[in-house]
Design a protein around this ligand. Sequence first.
Ligand code: NCD
Length: 351
Amino acid sequence: MAAENGDNSLAAPLDTCRIPESALYNAALMTSAEKQLPPIFPHRHLLGIEGLSAADITALLDLADTYVEQNRQVDKKGSVLRGRTQINLFFEASTRTQSSFELAGKRLGADVMNMSVGSSSVKKGETLIDTAVTLNAMHPDLIIIRHASSGAVELLSQKVSCSVVNAGDGAHEHPTQALLDALTIRRRKGRIEGLTVAICGDILHSRVARSNILLLGAMGARVRVIAPPTLLPRGIDRFGVEVFHDMRKGLEGCDIVMMLRLQLERMSGSYVPSQREYFHYFGLDYEKLGHAKPDALVMHPGPMNRGVEIDSAVADDINRSVIREQVEMGVAVRMAVLDALARNLPNELRI
Ligand code: NCD
């Protein structure tokens, strides 16, 4: 204390100075178990937004806010996952999600292993379960999974003893994408409640749309979906959203315009006459954006198909588009999710 106050006179001579054992632990190097961080998320897995309360979502977003700051420092490294093993198991292609989960785990001090599995070589059912049981025998603490089949991640979560995070399962859910979108919105607009959010494009095949509809609804936003009837799931109105087939009408008075890619890989047959015609009616350009509020933000989960669902100039407009910020928020949100789940993991030996 004396030294901190600039007064060295009371400092003990070096040879007689005994460093208390507890001080040998650098707090920054302590794991969540050593720090005894309080649990903030009452779930073992993150399989979807469905089943989460507004309080669960807010707790993750608040923690993610702290990681945004940590990620902007020169030294981004923490240690709450030190000693933990994280396996990234991606049965489907990914750029943003896989790399941000990898960075998130490493920045928290975990050992991260990436398994990229070509979807063609892996079948559903027994093969997936076999994979899960094999990996489980290696004592991972967290498994992050992306799979082309809806429900595959939940199935796998039943076969393992660690925590499982859904990084996208078919057209079902992509919870960390909805969380990073919410974090982006909350930081830019100061709130989510009461905002009007338009989700536009291929709603039918989009797990991003589904998770966002659930999250935004839980947080008190008004959600609109804008798409041709062929790209909307039957019974979408049961989700408490307003449905529009005319983009200009749907964007009227919106705070957030969330664009979605045409998920051609999930389409068998033709859902739109041509990509050119699709852009004409549902592609976001400045003229259509002019129908939203003057300060409306443009979002896109990526990967973008420029000239198909979004005009390049709008996507790159730093005054309107927060697409790059979404990527930054993605790392912070995934750190928050890994941290929150790890706090619930047992700390004693498991055999
Ligand atoms: C999305 C996905 O994979 O569901 N991308 C992502 O995770 N950033 C959306 C998409 O593929 O269009």
